[in-house]
Ligand binder design. Structure first.
Ligand SMILES: NC(=O)c1ccc[n+]([C@@H]2O[C@H](COP(=O)([O-])OP(=O)(O)OC[C@H]3O[C@@H](n4cnc5c(N)ncnc54)[C@H](OP(=O)(O)O)[C@@H]3O)[C@@H](O)[C@H]2O)c1
Length: 392
């Protein structure tokens, strides 16, 4: 077992968490030698001689063999990870944005520099989804991976459903309780979920999808009336991230969309800040992973697992590699609900088939079938006055 000398980048919610966890695990043979942060003036709950502001104090220290990257600035993090590889250091990171945007390049760099790059904490906090896809399902033909991968939006949707709150009220509650950041855009607009979906897609199917190609809609346009409809019909509304292979057309369909989930489905039971992921396999049918998707200690649990895996030289092998080219998000259709305070006359031509329509005072909805080509048009999917919810 090799001794791990760690250089830690970031001492925020997660950085301080893994520092404390490692302090309590001397048997792990992993020691944090230096910590790089941004603001030298902040008071820290650790000895001051550990802290530095110059990244090179870690990156050029030959005694440090592991970089744990936990900073909030994605551009800086990208350069830190690259330089760490070039200097022969293993990297553990939780930064889904950087990983999703540079996934293949970073995996190639780890290969070239003969080091490991592990990032279980970047997807669903404490839920061991990547390791399961890599190790347990590596020979199983998977059909889909689908679920709730963002705790902030799930907390907000739970509040809206259980307390009849408006989106703004539920967001405020999430912020007060530490489940949403001051700027919640990445979470509530679905970007964070799209990054995680892109990472999962590579490990599930051996192919990548750019997060910008994911058909994405967040939860900001949802209204109280949508939840009344859901309750009446026996649904929960969840932000579901779904990646699946359509074998007949060799197509990858990857979506992050508000979704009506039947109340008797497992995923409808995932509430508050919890995450839940379904893995659809041709052999085992369906399996379900559930746990805390974020927060100091749940995220540290995944980091701890990665750090201890480095002691036996573990690395992702991404054994599934699709050689045939795939097409992305082209041939799909979804049953869709479109709700609004305003008349929906102007969008009826988008639907191929209208199943149900309601026009009341200050509330209108249409249910019908829509093609992916129409669904993904920017002016439609990101229309601020349209609640767009698909059916499972
Ligand atoms: N919070 C979660 O539950 C969670 C879950 C999964 C993944 N993640 C990921 O984990 C990472 C860290 O998240 P967090 O919630 O711990 O963030 P945070 O509480 O905002 O802490 C960010 C840390 O990064 C440091 N930092 C920012 N820019 C820097 C720079 N240019 N150079 C050096 N240090 C810099 C900050 O330094 P100062 O202390 O000096 O300001 C701070 O210590 C992010 O990639 C996030 O997406 C977080």
């Amino acid at each position: 077992m090799q001794k791990l000398n760690i250089g830690l980048f970031g001492f925020g919610i997660v950085g301080e968490g893994i520092y404390k966890v490692l302090e309590e695990k001397p048997q792990l043979n992993a020691n944090i030698k230096k910590i790089v942060i941004k603001d030298a003036q902040k008071k820290r709950n650790a000895p001051s001689e550990l802290f530095f502001t110059d990244p090179n104090s870690i990156l050029e220290d030959p005694e440090i063999n592991v970089v744990v990257e936990l900073i909030s600035d994605a551009d800086v993090a990208y350069h830190i990870i690259k330089k760490a590889f070039q200097n022969g250091k293993h990297v553990v990171s939780a930064n889904k944005k950087v990983i999703a945007e540079h996934h293949v390049e970073l995996l190639e760099l780890q290969e070239k520099n003969k080091v490991s790059f592990l990032y279980e904490a970047s997807v669903c906090g404490s839920v061991p989804i990547i390791r399961n896809l890599e190790e347990y399902f590596d020979n199983d033909l998977l059909n889909y991976v689908s679920g709730i991968v963002n705790g902030t939006t799930n907390y907000i949707l739970t509040k809206m459903a259980q307390e009849n709150s408006s989106y703004q009220e539920a967001l405020k509650s999430a912020q007060v309780n530490g489940f949403a950041e001051a700027d919640p855009t990445a979470d509530v607009e679905g970007f964070d979920a799209a990054h995680k979906l892109s990472i999962v897609t590579l490990h599930a199917f051996g192919t990548t999808i750019d997060s910008l190609q994911v058909i994405r809609k967040g939860i900001t346009a949802l209204q109280e009336k949508d939840f009344v409809y859901a309750k009446e019909k026996g649904f929960a509304i969840k932000l579901i991230a779904n990646t699946k292979i359509i074998k007949e057309t060799n197509e990858l369909q990857a979506t992050v969309l508000p979704t009506f989930v039947r109340l008797d489905q497992t995923i409808a039971l995932v509430n508050n800040e919890y995450n839940g992921v379904l893995i659809g396999s041709s052999l085992s049918d369906e399996q379900f992973l559930y746990g805390k998707g974020a927060g100091r200690y749940p995220t540290s649990s995944a980091l701890l697992s990665d750090i201890s895996a480095l002691q036996y030289d573990y690395k992702y092998e991404v054994r599934k590699k699709l050689d045939q080219p795939l097409i992305y998000n082209q041939n799909g259709y979804r049953k869709i609900y479109i709700g609004s305070k305003f008349s929906l006359e102007f969008i009826t031509n988008k639907l191929e088939h209208i199943e149900e329509r309601f026009d009341g005072a200050g509330y209108h909805y249409i249910i019908g079938k829509i093609s992916f080509d129409e669904l993904k048009k920017e002016d439609f999917i990101h229309h601020p006055q349209l609640s767009i919810i698909v059916f499972e």
